[in-house]
Unconditional design. Structure first.
Length: 463
């Protein structure tokens, strides 16, 4: 294994992918090339690392071995761990036995970290002849919630649809070149329900694991993940197309299998109890609220009204109170489902349009409490869009797809909350980039093509 690539090499790799088969989706790299056990007595890491849900004093680490072995993480401030072993200043987690029962995956929680500090770590495997170290990975912890620090992050969704959308995905290299504080991966992190080189639509946990592995082999994603923490959300294709968790027509066992694999392959801070909804603070300026719009949702065909929910009662109360009480200047709501997109000509509509009564209750309560500076980051529809809601004093941005079939036609917007389209980007792969400046009290939101070309910018001024 090699060390962390620099910005120039990542851009070079991304440019090569843009100019080659990955752009048109015709790449045919064999699925799971990294999955076979290495020859010899010593294990190896197969799919890089992921740093998840970083706070001012904690971080979650994910990695995977090629066989049953013991795994631990060696970590510390970068200056103490970037050199060769031995590293007397490094801290070590307890050793974890990884087994086939969880696909040889290890997840670790690093605690007692310092705010706004760059850390480095290596995942270490216990070999028969010697320990096997992975390359150095880095991340920066969040600033204290009391500090008005600048924030820069990227977001996107929709990766690996069908046989034509195969890694590498250039957006990941473009994001890495921006050196964001974190990457918000906003759903459809796999297309587990459809046929891909890994096999037909997944039904079992092991089959869903296979879908994650083929996407995780992307060297551009691995490069981004070695230097950038992730905040991960899920959408429908981690389970089944357009599924709603409370829909009795969902095949038995599909939700459980997809959810198990999702929690196995992504490090989430609120995973106990099968929850994926959570909030993460990044200094005094920003709080990100990650919403689960699938697991607790009533069927689309159920008439909209007081008895219909997308979030479920517990998540609804949590979201209403957390956003209302947040002291962050900017409140970002990460939801895989767009707010006002009307994807069909008549009911039952998809997304939040099918649950407008519930959404109206939230927006009404926040308006009554004088909540300001609300920004929705959404995905799923395979195009980029900027939408202003002057009546609600909020914005919505769709930044996708990273690696799925782009839409060539947009959809109308529901008039319920006064949506006004400011930009629509079709027939291209997109991602989004956000910069928060505490001095000017602004949030700059960019919608970019996969090579980093800026297509649209909005500069929001905080109230």
């Amino acid at each position: 294994m090699t060390g962390t690539p620099d910005r120039r090499s990542l851009l070079k790799a991304g440019g090569a992918a843009v100019g080659g088969l990955a752009l048109t989706g015709l790449a045919t790299a064999p699925a799971h090339a990294a999955d076979a056990p290495a020859p010899g007595p010593d294990p190896r890491l197969t799919h890089g690392v992921v740093t998840g849900d970083v706070t001012e004093n904690t971080a979650l680490i994910w990695s995977r071995a090629d066989r049953a072995t013991q795994m631990h993480v060696e970590y510390g401030p970068v200056a103490e761990v970037e050199g060769p072993a031995p590293r007397p200043g490094a801290r070590k987690t307890k050793k974890l036995q990884v087994t086939a029962a969880r696909d040889f995956i290890g997840q670790f929680t690093l605690r007692g970290l310092l705010p706004d500090t760059e850390y480095g770590y290596r995942v270490v495997l216990c070999g028969a002849t010697a320990d096997v170290e992975g390359p150095l990975a880095t991340f920066r912890t969040a600033p204290s919630a009391l500090v008005a620090a600048p924030v820069r992050f990227t977001w996107g969704a929709d990766v690996g649809q069908g046989a034509r959308n195969r890694p590498p995905f250039p957006s990941f290299a473009s994001m890495a070149a921006e050196r964001p504080d974190f990457f918000l991966f906003n759903g459809d992190t796999i297309y587990g329900d459809g046929a891909t080189p890994a096999g037909p639509g997944a039904k079992t946990v092991a089959e869903f694991w296979g879908k994650y592995k083929e996407n995780r082999e992307d060297p551009l994603f691995q490069g981004l993940a070695r230097q950038t923490p992730l905040i991960v959300n899920w959408d429908d294709h981690e389970v089944d197309n357009d599924y709603r968790g409370q829909d009795p027509t969902l095949p038995a066992g599909r939700l459980g299998a997809g959810r198990t694999a999702f929690l196995d392959y992504w490090p989430l801070s609120s995973a106990p109890g099968n929850k994926s909804w959570r909030c993460l603070r990044w200094g005094g300026e920003l709080e990100v609220f990650v919403l689960d719009c699938r697991q607790y949702a009533d069927p689309l065909a159920k008439p909209d009204g007081p008895g219909k929910t997308m979030l479920g009662a517990q998540q609804f109360r949590w979201l209403l109170n957390k956003v209302r009480d947040s002291s962050a200047r900017w409140k970002v709501l990460a939801t895989s489902c767009p707010v006002s997109t009307m994807r069909s000509a008549k009911p039952p509509y998809d997304d939040w349009v099918a649950y407008e009564h519930e959404l109206g209750e939230l927006l009404g309560a926040w308006r009554k409490a004088n909540v300001r500076n609300l920004v929705w980051l959404t995905a799923d529809v395979h195009y980029a869009q900027a939408v202003r809601y002057p009546e609600m004093n909020m914005w919505e941005f769709l930044g996708a797809p990273i690696g799925a079939n782009p839409r060539v036609v947009g959809s109308p917007l529901s008039p319920t909350f006064g949506a006004q389209e400011r930009f629509l980007g079709l027939n291209e792969r997109y991602y989004g980039s956000v910069a928060v400046d505490p001095v000017s009290r602004t949030m700059t939101v960019d919608l970019k093509l996969q090579d980093g070309t800026l297509k649209h910018r909005e500069v929001l001024v905080a109230e």
